[in-house]
Structure formats: structure tokens, C-alpha cells
Design a binder for this molecule. Structure first.
Ligand SMILES: [Zn+2]
Length: 299
């Protein structure tokens, strides 16, 4: 993926290895990414009829805040979020032998949607790479071809976002990630290193990481994305979130802002702890006026 590699090396990105908790199957992993919490094992049984996601999550919060969300790809998202998208086109993941049409069904919308300026969040869930894994494993010659196809998609989206930024002067964020990994045999569902380790790359011209910083990507939790997206979009962090804000992402910000972001995450985690552990008592907030969650609590 030469273009993605270029973005990672240039410095306008933050890369992580995000650990997905088993079961490494799509529905519970999308839930983990969007709620910041780890769903129960019951989700394995429910994975085939994906009920609507009732737990607090980033998509629901974004919609409530008036963000216009468009979705194309794996129809698990449409089942979890049936009324959240202003436009969507779901693709079934059951025809595992197909790795071309499932992705073309997503890509065919791209040129048109990238020209439009009437949306705030665009979610794409490509399936081809996963299907190639199921058909012929991670060392299949089809993998390299699929990765270069995905790299060209990253390039198309990124150049379009940059062009838009030059007009609006507002930075955008491009998040590239997998919902789960792929076992040595090409499948997934269990807890081998290859299945739980997923790539997570956040790309934005707002990032000020120094180019040439060649530290290996930090290991984080897949659940850390929800708090990071919430803070980035100015949304409340989902109530059951157990993740921590991906701190490198805000490291370039002024100290006051960094502290505010950490404060929001801490207050939410502390609330969750209070609700789940009756004996836990939080100390008083030292700056309730600057702390929206505390101000809200005090009425
Ligand atoms: Zn799969």
C-alpha cells in the first residue's frame, strides 16, 4: 500500500496496532468500535441476525448531534443502525466466494459521494480482503492485488478531502482500520495474535507528528477508537465506553486542550465505574464550570 505508507511516513497520521477482543467476528467488533465497550459472548450467537444496537454509541450520538452519515458496505452496519444513515447501500457478506462485486458495490458510489458536500461522516466497510482470506488464506496472490486496490481507494478519498479542506479550511479525519484480523489459515473468530491484531491508522492534516518519526506503532485497544472519535467530533463519549482516548492524536494540541480531552474521558469512565461498582466513590470535581459532564450533573 504505497500511498498509505507515504501518508504514514509523512507524519500527518498516527498508526496503532489495535487489539480486538475475541470473538473476532464482525458484529461484536463493530459494536466495540462504536460503543467503546466489549459486548458479551451472547453476540456470537446473535451474530447472524444482528439486532439493532441499543447501547450508547458514536453513530447514535453523531446522528443526534445532527451529523449526516452515509454508509456503504457490509450490511451488518445497516442492521445495527437501521435509522441512522441519510443514505446507505448494504452488501451481504454471505457470498464469501465473491471478492470483487462486494467491493465494487462500495466503490461505485465513491466518485459521486466525494463530490457532494452534504454529509459529515462517511463509513465504508469493504469485504473483499476478508473474503479472499476465507477462500485462499493470507498468502494468496489475490491479497496483494486487493491491498493495492484498497490503497487506491485511500488515495482517492484522501486527495478529495484535501481538496475540500483547501476551500473550507477545516481539517478532516480519515480512519483506516480492520474490524478483526485473519488467522494463519485465513479465517477468524478465535483469539490468535493474527486474528486479534488489527491495523488502525488515523490520517489528518491537523496532526503535527514530526516526519521521519519511525517509532513502531503503539499497541492499543480496539475500544479506544470510540472515545477518540467522540472527542474529535465534539460528541459525548458513549456511556458504557471503557476505552481511553488515543493520546498521541491530541499530543500536538495546547496543554489546556489536552487536559480537557483527558478530563472528559476520565469523568465518563468514572461515571461508568460509579454505576457498576456501588462501593466506588469519586472525589469532587475541581473545576465543574469547565467540565460539561459535571456542569450537566449539577444542573
Ligand atoms: Zn470473514
Amino acid at each position: 500500500m504505497p500511498y498509505t505508507t507515504y501518508l504514514v511516513e509523512k507524519g500527518s497520521s498516527h498508526s496503532f496496532v489495535a487489539e480486538a477482543k475475541p470473538p473476532t467476528v464482525t458484529m461484536p467488533r463493530i459494536k466495540a468500535l462504536m460503543t467503546g465497550s466489549i459486548p458479551g459472548f451472547i453476540d456470537v450467537i446473535r451474530n447472524l441476525n444482528s439486532p439493532v444496537l441499543l447501547e450508547d454509541n458514536v453513530v447514535t450520538r453523531a446522528k443526534a448531534a445532527g451529523k449526516r452519515i452515509i454508509f456503504y458496505g457490509d450490511d451488518t452496519w445497516v442492521k445495527l443502525f437501521p435509522k441512522h444513515f441519510v443514505e446507505y447501500d448494504g452488501t451481504t457478506s454471505f457470498i464469501v466466494s465473491d471478492y470483487t462485486e462486494v467491493d465494487d458495490n462500495v466503490t461505485r458510489h465513491l466518485d459521486r459521494v466525494l463530490k457532494r458536500r452534504d454529509w459529515d461522516v462517511l463509513i465504508l466497510h469493504y469485504l473483499g480482503l476478508d473474503h479472499i482470506g476465507h477462500i485462499s488464506g493470507p498468502h494468496s496472490p489475490l491479497i496483494g492485488r486487493k491491498l493495492s486496490e484498497m490503497d487506491s481507494i485511500v488515495m482517492k478519498i484522501h486527495t478529495s478531502l484535501l481538496a475540500e479542506e483547501r476551500e473550507t479550511l477545516f481539517p478532516s479525519l480519515l480512519v483506516l482500520c480492520g474490524d478483526h484480523g485473519m488467522s494463519k489459515a485465513g479465517g477468524h473468530g478465535a483469539s490468535s495474535i493474527e486474528e486479534v491484531n488489527t491495523a488502525l491508522v488515523l490520517i489528518s492534516s491537523a496532526f503535527e507528528r514530526k516526519p521521519g518519526d519511525s517509532r513502531p506503532p503503539k499497541h492499543v485497544q480496539q475500544t479506544d477508537l470510540a472515545a477518540t472519535l467522540s472527542v474529535g467530533l465534539g460528541l459525548p463519549i458513549p456511556r458504557s465506553n471503557t476505552g481511553s482516548l488515543l493520546f498521541p492524536v491530541v499530543e500536538g494540541k495546547p496543554m489546556r486542550e489536552q487536559l480537557r480531552f483527558l478530563h472528559l474521558n476520565t469523568v465518563q469512565l468514572s461515571k461508568l465505574l460509579q454505576e457498576s461498582v456501588p462501593s466506588y466513590k469519586r472525589g469532587p470535581c475541581t473545576a465543574p464550570a469547565q467540565c460539561p459532564p459535571c456542569a450537566e450533573q449539577q444542573g
